[in-house]
Design a binder for this molecule. Structure first.
Ligand code: PMV
Length: 312
């Protein structure tokens, strides 16, 4: 018995942070970068469900009777077992992820989604995506406090989404594929802190903050139309504008601005930070002709890791 399940990373193309305040956002899966959960028999002498996550430095027995579970992996397993109303299986599930943590690529949601799917496999039970999505949202609260739900949605459904908080899922059909470079500043940053800082700003200077949030919402609407008609020039221009507004919200960082500037000056159609910000990753929209020169410019500007993804 060896079973494996996985889930992808994600990038936010438009609307991060504003999405927490009810504005739309657009996100896409990065299917080439994944978290894996592998089910194996317990080693001799070990009883119960064990989750082994060496990358996260965790080895846990899961106690589904515990009332409050503050570990995301244990909570994921507990919620799956409770919702299926089954006892824990006698297995070890090993987690292994290609997705850097705390970098805006949805590592937390991806790891939990892979784990939940692996548990369903070993239990020989099916969980619909809608139910799994609700479950992973509950786990996301550990990472983010008050998540909008965009990460779990794009990762569970593995489709490009136009997402509005508490609204039914709206998937996107692209008029032309988008080729993006994802560039890592190498700086880990807490989404929870960035989201909390925007909230403080909102409470202190509501009018100005609301103006920025609405402007991001308008950009996301325009970007959606451009994405659907395949107008990559407008998509790129909207990315640049979105980045500037995120700077005004103070969720960018000198390193992100530096990489975004390098991409913009070397021929990218547009570039912006992606995700919670203050570190983590930026994205640059390129064409097959400009991809190499933009990648070289990012390397010269000190990017820690860069790879290409195509959203179709
Ligand atoms: O998980 P991250 O860092 O990609 O951030 C998620 C996007 C935010 O809008 C900043 C937070 C949220 O809950 O939507």
């Amino acid at each position: 018995m060896r079973m494996e399940a996985s889930a992808p990373a994600k990038i936010i193309l438009f609307g991060e942070h504003a999405v927490v305040y009810g504005q739309p956002a657009i996100a896409a899966p990065v299917s080439s970068l994944r978290a894996f959960a592998t089910v194996e028999p317990n080693p001799a002498g070990l009883i119960g469900l064990h989750i082994d996550a060496p990358d996260l430095n965790q080895r846990l027995p899961v106690d589904i009777r515990a009332e409050s579970v503050d570990n995301a992996l244990a909570l994921t397993a507990q919620l799956v077992l409770n919702s299926l109303n089954v006892p824990p299986p006698d297995v070890t599930i090993s987690i292994c992820s290609q997705i850097p943590i705390a970098s805006g690529l949805g590592s937390g949601s991806a790891v939990s989604t892979a784990l939940a799917r692996a548990l369903c496999l070993v239990l020989d039970r099916r969980m619909e995506d809608a139910a799994l999505n609700r479950l992973i949202y509950e786990v996301e609260k550990i990472h983010h406090g008050t998540p909008s739900g965009i990460d779990n949605t794009v990762i569970v459904y593995e489709r490009p989404v136009y997402f509005v908080r508490d609204k039914t899922l709206d998937t996107l059909t692209l008029g032309a594929p988008l080729t993006l470079l994802i560039g890592d500043t190498g700086i880990g940053a807490s989404t929870k802190i960035a989201v909390g800082d925007v909230r403080k700003r909102y409470d202190l200077d509501r009018e100005a903050t609301e103006n920025i949030i609405h402007a991001i919402g308008n950009i996301t609407e325009k970007a959606r139309e451009a994405i659907e008609r395949g107008d990559v020039l407008v998509v790129g221009a909207m990315m640049n504008e979105n980045h500037e507004l995120l700077r005004q919200l103070t969720v960018s960082s000198p390193e992100l601005d530096h990489l975004v500037g390098a991409a913009q000056q070397s021929g990218a159609l547009g570039a912006k930070m992606s995700g919670g910000g203050r570190g983590g990753n930026m994205i640059a929209l390129v064409t097959p002709e400009t991809a190499d020169q933009v990648e070289n410019a990012l390397r010269k500007a000190g990017v820690v890791r860069v790879f290409t993804t195509t959203i179709a």
